[in-house]
Design a protein around this ligand. Sequence first.
Ligand SMILES: *Cc1c(COP(=O)(O)O)cnc(C)c1O
Length: 447
Amino acid sequence: MSISSELSILNEVIDKLQSSFNHSLTVDTNLDEVASVLNEVAERMQDNYPYFDTKYAGQMLKPPHPIARLAYMLALYFNPNNHALDGGKASSQMEKEAVTSIAQMFGWIEYLGHLTGGGTMANMEALWVARKLHPDKIIVASEMAHYTHERISEVLGIEFKKVNADQYGRMSIEALEDILNQNEVGTVVVTLGTTGTGSVDPLVDVLALQKKYNFRIHIDTAYGGYFKLADNLTEYGLAQYEAIRHADSIVIDPHKHGLQPYGCGCILFKDPSTGRLYKHDSPYTYFSSAELHLGEISLECSRAGAAAVALWATMQMFPLERKGAFAKGIENCRIAAISLAKLIAEDDNSIPLFHPELDIVVWAPKGNTLSDISQKSNQIFHTCAKKDLHLALFKYPSRLLPNEWGHIERDQEFVTCLRSCLMKHNHHDWVDQIWSVIKSVSDESFK
Ligand SMILES: *Cc1c(COP(=O)(O)O)cnc(C)c1O
């Protein structure tokens, strides 16, 4: 679809939106000036990597779907604020519907939750609730969890401990039990889909430990959450995702895998009475009705109603159903990752870190020492970028390297690997072309 046909749809629906109001949705201004500044913006924005291109296979970036972009722009003519119903009447209702669908995807009918500016704010809210409920207990997360948990714990003044990971980048259950034996742990953060390697922590085993040690479980599935809909995970992966419903809180980012523009995270609590913890006496909001204002159950105050409208609209087109079009798209990402992993495994000059659990692939060029490998990874990364193929780099702790890396001299504490997030629903069609560039660049570096 061309952008002008996208914008002509927007043009039509703006008329519809405007038709029940007596006022114009815009103000008179000097349009020549607007055009001139926008020209400058277009020029400045050219200094970006081509994120939307299939040959951008590096960081965790997925372009928003046109429906999300257009619904966001349409809502922006109103610019609703989902803090209170006074500022975002229709968009708050759409937020409640969209968030209810996400909760249902995880198996929750009753829940408390809302959208946030992103995964960091959503995790902050989960850990804030954790501290309210267990003020004197500590929070733990795997060393491969997102760094935000350690930092948020610092902000909230909670003691935080890292749990060692195993050779698949998953939380080590033995290391967790050691910590549980020696500390009063209030909350265990379990990551389903680590940001670095897409590893899935052993939630089922953590749930078994919960029976003995009685702690809260917070699931950070900011990146990996939508894989709940995928049928093509490993048996291990499927079992962990199935267990999500037993957790106390969940974070998922619609702006990671959910086709949304940035500014869309989501926090869910299993226990609706968590809402009592948010009580405050704002003198100036919530006067319009007895119905729930989302600001009453949110740490953030003003929030973009447009983000909720975009998510709601996207979910009309792509309901969160197993075997539905969206679920197939997520499964395609995993198919792409498995195909790339296969090519890497068959290549004489490459060594995989481990088999991908979701849609992130991490590997390295072979070498005799970790410093040699790191230097080659850097070189391949930069040369591929010059050929318009964009990968990412990832530093993995040497002590967690799998047995297959046993013969390589560990002359440094970290090894720099190559990393690819295959998050576009059509990436699987491009794996061969992506690999042919990597292969030629890599072979060159071995000459
Ligand atoms: C991206 C990510 C975060 C941080 O979320 P933002 O939306 O970037 O603030 C936290 N945890 C995990 C696992 C993530 O992938």
